[in-house]
Design a protein around this ligand. Structure first.
Ligand SMILES: [Zn+2]
Length: 236
């Protein structure tokens, strides 16, 4: 399981609060990559919060389920809307900032491409004129005229990127490989520091664990096996 944020950047001319009109109705057009064999979609899949199906062999549901044509692995995606919904403002545009607009909770498949589609809205930066039903599917840009402010308005240079969100240990038991390595290394270092002999540094991992276990057992015999108040047992 991996959480992938879709981040958006755009240049806004005389408009602000560029956003999705209705997250419930919005359709995400995504191309996907199979995490197992890396076969990629040729066309965009339609993924929506309104759609939901049961995951085979599980009680869970997902907004999108796909079986890889090549390796048959089943993958799924759940849409996690950003709350409150992200508004891409004129300040974001001035800062050339990327802003997260949605998070995809992915298993076995990952998004690699996105097409913004339709159902967008924004408003005049000073006039507050509402612009809705903006369709970005053709050119990925939009132009109009703000009657109230008497000026041209536009959204262009839309860019996006997918960013993997780091997982916290509590929300997912599958830690990242780097975490596993560092936990493993620090545990070994703790064991090495327990060992009375100074050449523990040159020992293999297996020998460190075995010698430390032997050493702890000797300590336990010395201090009384079931004594949970010893400092040694608190360390563990
Ligand atoms: Zn595959």
């Amino acid at each position: 399981m991996v959480k992938i944020a879709l981040q958006l950047k755009a240049t806004l001319d005389n408009v602000t609060n560029f956003h999705i009109e209705s997250l419930d109705d919005f359709i995400w057009y995504l191309k996907l990559d199979c995490s197992k064999c890396h076969t990629q979609s040729e066309k965009y899949h339609d993924i929506s919060l309104k759609e939901s199906s049961s995951i085979a062999g599980s009680r869970g549901e997902a907004n999108f389920i796909m079986k890889c044509k090549f390796c048959s692995q089943e993958g799924n995606i759940n849409i996690e809307p950003v709350k409150p919904a992200a508004d891409y403002t004129s300040e974001d545009s001035d800062d050339h900032a990327f802003k997260t607009i949605v998070i995809f909770d992915c298993r076995g498949i990952e998004p690699i491409d996105w097409q913004p589609g339709e159902g967008w809205a924004c408003q005049g930066a000073e006039s507050n004129t509402k612009f809705s039903a903006i369709d970005l599917s053709e050119n990925k840009e939009w132009m109009d005229y703000d009657e109230k402010a008497k000026q041209a308005v536009a959204i262009n240079e839309i860019e996006f990127k997918f960013v993997k969100k780091p997982m916290s240990m509590s929300s997912d038991s599958q830690s990242t490989p780097s975490n596993t390595t560092s936990t493993y290394e620090s545990s070994l270092d703790q064991l090495r520091s327990l060992l009375p002999n100074s050449d523990a540094k040159g020992m293999s991992d297996y020998d460190v664990v075995r010698s430390a276990t032997d050493y702890i057992q000797t300590l336990m015999k010395d201090t009384g096996v079931a004594d949970s108040n010893t400092t040694e047992s608190k360390t563990w």
